[in-house]
Design a binder for this molecule. Structure first.
Ligand code: C2O
Length: 549
């Protein structure tokens, strides 16, 4: 293992898309930001230097951060923000992980423009279980707003109306040919015939699950959230924000008489306005024996079929196909017994409208989102420091409920009182607790899928279903043999999902919906995992340059 050094200079840069130029936050002037590459076991040091007027903070999404919780990054959870003129070195090791992840800003909505891939290669002399691909290509999906990120946030939060829909989805920062004034800004994947390409797919969009397909090509899914899975073939993928999926693309015969569209468009079951446009790139074959005058440009473009925008059946069926390899080399260490089980309702609700505001939620209330009816309020100090130095008073409380305060028919007609309360509450777990969490979607303001992301851990998805979770029947059907292991799972619209993990990583770990708007509305909570007894079961003290609030 070696140490890899990166430097992130946060600065403004003019970027043009859809014929609109805006000055926006970037890492090193790039959009999307740089790729971080490491090998399994390497140490990674990223020095972030803040040259802008915004506070910043960065998260290495899916990195386990084993006993390096100070480098996890969510603002006011594991650290105070990096203020103007300050810097901080994120320092972690890629222990026991290899695959595709990504990094993004984790403060306010700054990840709208601050994101990029993380690629962890296997150790030297360890090969991929699926063979050696001809080439590896990161493909990161995002969103583009013509307006400033600030304006987008304000619109979403000030009157509680939900976000202004983006002006385009993007592939590696490019909206593609289906948008106006965007022909030139198209991602092109140039391939040779008869080869296997590894596509590292990442959904970094703020607020949308995406269906994705490549015309006339079947993809083989081989990895989810940087964990190998049993390979399966599909024509259409679904990727939630926060999820990554590696697929193999096998190219066809010489000189096909067409180019092929790579297209992605949202899966959406909520109410209200949304962006139903399609981002596209082009898969182009290297043409042998064509003269330069008739290159691939003149070829017809074939478009793929994508499911209907609200095709929940397809979404649930697709998510259910993932299975761990669960073999000798890559075992699935699923907790078979459970020490603590939790039942969390996740969904939208409403909170009282603050004075002097007009709110656009039901009956003049403000839109809110919650876990067990608690809408999480960010503290003004960071939770991890407060916990570590025994100064939690006035920062957070430890009475987060393990079941809903008032049970109801979660997927039926909602009760009259759907008001949520604000609070900064955490669950405290002794070291190595075996945890089960059932996440139940609620239909209070309409059923909606929620991509739930857990920091500091991978978890096993042991079950999922529609309707209300039934402890007796559903538990009996859990898959404890080869459930998929990941860091972000879609709670099905109008359904539930059950996850298990061992709490073997001491620290303060955020769990939240990876839709930025739901995160802002409060669909988030924190686990504090206590130190174990042995020296290698304890969180070391913070680095000297950890930012202060
Ligand atoms: Cu990718 Cu807390 O997020």
């Amino acid at each position: 293992p070696i140490t890899r050094h990166y430097r992130f200079d946060i600065k403004l840069q003019n970027v043009t898309r859809l014929c609109h130029t805006k000055s926006m936050l970037t890492v090193n002037g790039k959009f999307p930001g740089p790729v971080i590459t490491a090998r399994e076991g390497d140490r990674v040091l990223i020095k972030v230097v803040n040259h802008v007027n915004n506070n910043v903070s960065f998260h290495w999404h899916g990195i386990r951060q084993l006993r390096s919780g100070w480098a996890d990054g969510p603002a006011y959870i594991t650290q105070c923000p990096i203020q103007t003129g300050q810097s901080y070195v994120y320092n972690f090791t890629t222990v026991g992980q290899r695959g595709t992840l990504f990094w993004h800003a984790h403060i306010s909505w700054l990840r709208a423009t601050l994101y990029g891939p993380i690629i962890i290669l296997p150790k030297h002399n360890v090969s991929y279980p699926f063979g050696k691909p001809h080439k590896e290509i990161p493909i990161i999906f995002g969103e583009w707003w013509n307006a400033d990120t600030e304006a987008v946030i304000n619109q979403a939060l000030q009157n509680g109306a939900g976000p202004n829909v983006s002006d385009a989805y993007t592939i590696n920062g490019l909206p593609g040919p289906l948008y106006n004034c965007s022909q030139k800004e198209t991602f092109k994947l140039k391939v040779k015939p008869g080869k296997t390409y590894l596509l590292r797919l990442i959904n970094a969009a703020l607020n949308d699950d995406l269906f994705l397909s490549i015309a006339n090509h079947t993809l083989t899914t081989i990895e989810a959230d940087a964990v190998y899975v049993k390979p399966f073939k599909t024509n259409i993928l679904l990727i939630a924000p926060g999820q990554t999926t590696n697929v193999l693309l096998e190219t066809k015969h010489q000189n096909p008489k067409a180019n092929f569209l790579i297209a992605a468009r949202p899966y959406f079951t909520g109410q209200g306005t949304f962006d139903n446009t399609t981002t596209a790139g082009i898969l182009e074959y290297h043409q042998s024996n064509t003269s330069s005058s008739r290159g691939s440009k003149s070829l017809p473009l074939i478009k793929p079929n994508l499911p209907a925008i609200n095709d929940t059946a397809y979404a649930a069926n697709f998510s259910g196909k993932f299975r761990s390899l669960a073999n000798v080399q890559y075992p699935a260490k699923v907790p078979l017994a459970v020490d603590k089980s939790f039942f969390f309702t996740v969904g939208l609700g409403n909170s009282p409208c603050p004075k002097n505001q007009t709110c656009q939620g039901p009956n003049g209330t403000k839109f809110a989102a919650s876990v067990n009816n608690i809408s999480f309020a960010l503290p003004t100090a960071a939770i991890l420091q407060s916990y570590f130095f025994g100064k939690s008073n006035g920062v957070f409380a430890t009475d987060f409920p393990s079941t809903p305060l008032f049970p109801f028919n979660y997927t039926g007609t909602p009760p009259n009182n759907t008001i949520v309360s604000n609070g900064t509450k955490v669950v405290v777990l002794p070291f190595n607790t075996s945890v089960e969490v059932v996440l139940q979607d609620t239909s209070i303001l309409g059923a909606e899928s929620h991509p739930l992301h857990l920091h500091g851990y991978n978890f096993f998805v042991v079950g999922q279903g529609f309707g209300n979770f039934n402890p007796k029947n559903d538990t009996a059907n859990f898959n404890l043999v080869d459930p998929v292991e990941r860091n972000t799972v879609g709670v099905p619209s109008g359904g539930w999902v059950a996850i298990r993990f061992f709490a073997d990583n001491p620290g303060a770990w955020f769990m939240h919906c990876h839709f930025e708007v739901h995160l802002s509305w409060g669909l988030k909570m924190v686990w504090i995992v206590l130190d174990g007894k042995l020296p290698n079961q304890k969180l070391p003290p913070p680095p000297a340059d950890l930012p202060k609030c």
